[in-house]
Ligand binder design. Structure first.
Ligand code: 5AD
Ligand code: SF4
Length: 563
């Protein structure tokens, strides 16, 4: 087979970024080559998000743009992966005839087979002069997505995709994601994820620890554990099933959260706190251990104690609150009240907030404005919650009705777009003020900073255009502050708060003089600072930086000494 060139673009969340990395690894091992230029690709893949309509719109417009490319090159194969593929199913093929391959997020292990079939079919159709026909290949979970735990355990091929991860020192820039839980069982009424990613399934702790070890051996210093409700992780040894010698992932079960300990914790059960502790102790090469996204209800003191006692676990929590109105939280089926959320915040800060040693606890959150039935009073309550919570940052989203969700079916989308926009802007302005204040509180403090790359400003100084910098981001797959602070967009970089990875350091570092680097504190604050000369030597390392200036998006500092 001649080597096929693949263009892969990722939309949406970190889970999608990890899926794309795994897909890229699997296809590379099979002989496919990846190109950052869609125009040169034989196969164009979009790994999609359907959490909000806006995220979907971007994919629709990309697919629309492909129409002429496909007319000119009938052998081009187009694939839609991820949540939009799962949610829209074969309707998507009807709406977009350019699409040949549909692959849901729960079926990505099947992608190489689908692509192979699609490429062969397209070639055959094209040589028969029948190039307008689709070479359709489809793998979706469909209504089996909430399959039983036994079924999931007996045939969890998806686990093999994570397990077969190729880890080479060139694939990362010192940082990597590790999935611990797939899917979600919470069924917040606005959210499509339980339908697109299916039931909650926890990966065996041995697999996770082993993956972390392999990453550390390949030079990864920072690991971010991923799960839709990451702190809900729980694996029971007694219930573990092996297929062909491989321990299978396990169906999630509910247990009461709050700050009680899991009653079954111990020999038989690995809780999230146990898992964090194991990784910290067994993989000392990982200098930074982080996790997203946390669910407010499932935070036991055990997790906070492990975070407090393990110096390499970051003092950063992303804990979406969604609303400051108890009535709306109930309608969202979030399972907690604002009082319980504040209780959690106070407890987390009591355990973990230590600014005096350069380790303030930073908390970030998500809020939805304009959920059905949200009144001005509800909105005021959310603004009050935002004021009181002192988040480092907060993504504000306008409610977007998602077909298939309970809210879509039962609750009219009755807040006008003008009100949604106004509430969104008011909260953004409030959060900007708070972010700015929190940033300024950091001035004078000394932080350990994980260096992620040369700053965007430094690249611009070296004459790289905005387009080249954006391309560099796509090509090196490193995300720093990958969401815009406006919350209006769910990808892209906000001004300046962005860097790119090591492979660009050499390009950018051709002449002498100070180079501006960008990195992050363990509380996830972005820091810019200058180093003389050889910038490449710093990337992927932890250095000490004294903060001398701040704005709402980032800190500026001076390099003190290297650890
Ligand atoms: N409309 C608006 N925002 C949503 N989110 C999830 N579903 C929707 C929706 N239907 C937001 C939530 C979640 C984040 C990832 O996306 O705030 O935490
Ligand atoms: Fe969606 Fe709620 Fe699950 Fe988060 S916890 S993925 S918002 S259903």
């Amino acid at each position: 087979m001649t080597q096929r060139a693949v263009y892969l673009e990722t939309f949406g969340c970190q889970m999608n970024e990890l899926d794309s990395q795994l897909v890229q690894g699997a296809l590379t091992r099979l002989g496919y080559a990846f190109t950052p230029d869609a125009g040169k690709a034989d196969i164009v893949l979009y790994n999609t998000c359907s959490v909000r309509e806006q995220a979907e719109q971007k994919v629709w417009s990309r697919l629309g743009e492909l129409k002429s490319a496909k007319a000119a090159r009938p052998d081009l194969v187009v694939g839609v992966l991820g949540c939009l593929a799962e949610r829209d199913g074969v309707d998507l093929l009807r709406r977009m005839p350019v699409v040949d391959v549909l692959c849901g997020p729960g079926e990505l292990d099947k992608l190489p087979g689908l692509l192979d079939n699609a490429v062969r079919t397209r070639l055959a159709l094209t040589s028969d002069g029948d190039g307008h026909r689709s070479a359709r290949q489809v793998a979706l979970q469909g209504n089996t997505s909430r399959r039983s735990g036994t079924l999931a355990a007996a045939a969890d091929d998806l686990e093999m995709l994570d397990l077969s991860r190729a880890i080479s020192p060139v694939d990362h820039h010192g940082t990597a994601y590790v999935r611990i839980t797939r899917g979600c069982n919470k069924f917040c009424t606005y959210c499509v994820v339980p339908f697109t990613r299916g039931a909650e399934v926890h990966r065996p702790p041995e697999h996770i620890v082993e993956e972390c070890k392999r990453l550390a051996d390949a030079g990864v210093l920072e690991v971010t554990l991923l799960g839709q409700t990451v702190n809900h992780y729980r694996f029971e040894d007694d219930a573990a099933v092996s297929v062909n010698g491989v321990v299978q992932p396990q169906k999630g079960r509910s247990y009461s959260g709050g700050h009680r300990r899991d009653p079954f914790e111990g020999e038989r059960v690995t809780t999230f706190a146990n898992l964090l502790y194991r990784i910290h102790e067994e993989v000392p090469g990982i200098q930074r251990l982080r996790f997203v996204t946390s669910y407010p209800r499932d935070f036991g003191d055990d997790v906070l104690e492990v975070m407090r006692d393990c110096p390499r676990i970051c003092r950063y929590l992303h804990v979406p609150v969604q609303s400051g109105s108890d009535r709306i939280l109930k309608a969202m089926n979030r399972g907690y009240t604002t009082g319980e959320y504040f209780e959690f915040l106070d407890r987390a800060r009591a355990h973990l907030d230590q600014p005096e040693i350069g380790r303030p606890l930073m908390v970030s959150s998500d809020i939805i404005v304009g959920f059905p039935g949200e009144t001005e009073a509800d909105f005021e309550a959310t603004a009050a919650l935002l004021e009181r919570s002192r988040f480092k940052s907060c993504f504000i989203f306008k409610y977007s009705p998602r077909p298939g969700t309970v809210a879509f079916d039962r609750l009219p989308d009755d807040v006008s777009d003008a009100d949604k926009r106004r509430r969104n802007n008011l909260l953004l302005a409030l959060q900007s003020k708070i972010s700015d204040e929190i940033s300024r509180e950091q001035i004078g403090r000394v932080f350990d900073v994980f260096v992620e790359g040369v700053s965007r400003k430094a690249l611009q100084k070296k004459g790289m255009s905005h387009g080249e910098i954006r391309k560099a981001h796509g090509a090196v797959a490193l995300t720093v502050a990958g969401k815009s602070v406006s919350g209006e967009e769910d990808e892209g970089c906000s001004s300046g708060a962005c860097s790119t990875g090591a492979s660009w350091v050499t390009d950018a570092d051709g002449d002498s003089g100070p180079v501006q680097l960008s990195g992050r504190t363990d509380g996830d604050n972005i820091v810019f600072f200058d180093v003389p000369g050889d910038a490449a030597a710093y990337v992927g390392r932890v250095v000490r930086v004294r903060v001398t200036g701040a704005d709402r998006l980032s800190l500026q500092g001076v390099h003190e000494e290297t650890k």
